[in-house]
Design a protein around this ligand. Structure first.
Ligand code: GMT
Length: 375
């Protein structure tokens, strides 16, 4: 198959999954063309059958907001023609599903380009709900020939808020390469992150308000008061200054290490003794899966698609959003009991392998593409 993939190329779960999917598909013999405004951050340039096409944009002084959606539509149209694409798979509906539909219309009779749109999260639960985007999001996703959601939760939200017929949305969960995400990758990193041999608590995100990263610090402050540990924060975003200020206020700033954006997330994650994800909303929580695959028990909020990823009491614990006391208590229980820690760690790894490995999930996408192409 010849497949086009469009995603946000920056740090973030949807771009990471789209890139991994493209690489896996190429390994399975498909030809994959990435189309975006920059090379996706995890896209290895030296892979067979993988191509990258940068979207060209004219910067004209009249444009306060350059119309990227149109430039992307043109790039998709050109790539589909030149490379005879069978299908274009866009990740995150806004504006990608709309650009893909425009490209499809531009091709007209010339080429029956099929569109598959994967819904990832805030394209449905937040941004897509805004009056300025709702109608075009609904229109574009209904025009896609195939529509997938990364969790049952996200499917329910799509059906409810966009009145999309249930049978139109296929749930295909996110996945990871369990050979890359595994426990104990670089043991020497532990000593760098926790020089006095303390336990390592970790959080990785894009530090947007929805991640409630301030709660991470509050939970950590309670934890470290009873069991001296280190908090390692990975990623960057608008909430970073507030998070560091909170650490100052709670008197734990010297125990918090801020690593910023990191490309070898798996190596850092495999040092974690506990992963915290207290988000206000999370359609899947790819990072929780990455943590589990690396053997880190997860303490998270009980929202969205997280219960489909973490098994409460088996691979981690989930509590109401903002329940800092319960999260800290669970963290202490986990880190203070080696046997309990090991059982959660092993169960998380097993869940990741059994349900969310690329071997298990990528064929689901292949079968879905074939189904869409037959329609
Ligand atoms: O939806 C977003 O705001 C961004 C998006 C991303 O690119 O990281 O996150 C969503 O997609 C991820 C990959 O499918 C999921 O793991 C995240 O849970 C989801 N974020 C939210 O629902 C807030």
């Amino acid at each position: 198959m010849k497949i086009g993939i469009t995603c946000y190329p920056t740090y973030g779960g949807s771009g990471a999954v789209a890139t991994e999917l493209g690489l896996e598909l190429a390994q399975r013999g498909h030809e994959v063309h990435f189309v975006s405004y920059a090379r996706p951050f995890r896209l290895d340039p030296f892979r067979e059958r993988v191509f990258f096409h940068e979207v060209e944009m004219e910067d004209y002084p009249l444009f306060e907001h350059p119309p990227y959606s149109l430039a992307l539509a043109v790039a998709l149209h050109d790539t589909a023609r030149k490379h005879e694409l069978d299908l274009v798979h866009v990740h995150y509906a806004i504006p990608h599903a709309t650009s893909a539909w425009i490209a499809h219309e531009m091709l007209g009779e010339e080429r029956d380009l099929k569109i598959v749109t994967t819904l990832h999260g805030t394209d449905i639960t937040l941004v897509g709900l805004h009056p300025s985007f709702h109608a075009i999001t609904r229109f574009s996703i209904l025009r896609s020939h195939g529509l997938t959601a990364v969790s049952k939760f996200l499917k329910r939200e799509t059906v409810r808020d966009f009145t999309v017929p249930e049978e139109r949305v296929e749930v295909i969960p996110n996945f990871i390469d369990t050979a890359v995400y595994r426990p104990g990758l670089v043991p020497s990193h532990r000593a760098t992150l926790a020089p006095d041999g303390e336990k390592i608590v970790m959080h990785i995100s894009n530090f947007r308000a929805v991640k409630r990263a301030e709660d991470v610090v509050s939970v950590f402050a309670k934890l470290t008061a009873k069991q001296p540990s280190r908090l390692v924060l990975v990623g960057d975003g608008p909430e970073r200054p507030r998070v560091l200020m909170r650490a100052e206020e709670l008197g734990v700033r010297d125990r918090v290490m801020f690593l910023g954006k990191h490309t070898s997330v798996h190596e850092v994650l495999s040092c974690a003794d506990l992963f915290l994800l207290p988000s206000a909303s999370e359609s899947f929580g790819l990072v929780a899966l990455e943590a589990m695959a690396c053997g880190a028990p997860v303490v998270a909020s009980n929202v969205g698609g997280l219960p489909e990823v973490i098994e409460h009491g088996t691979s981690g614990y989930m509590f109401d959003v903002g329940d800092i006391d319960a999260m800290a208590e669970a963290g202490l229980r986990i880190m203070g009991d080696d046997e309990h820690w090991r059982s959660l760690s092993e169960a998380g790894r097993a869940l990741a392998e059994e349900r969310f490995s690329s071997e298990r999930v990528v064929p689901q996408y292949e079968r879905y593409y074939e189904q869409v192409l037959r329609r």
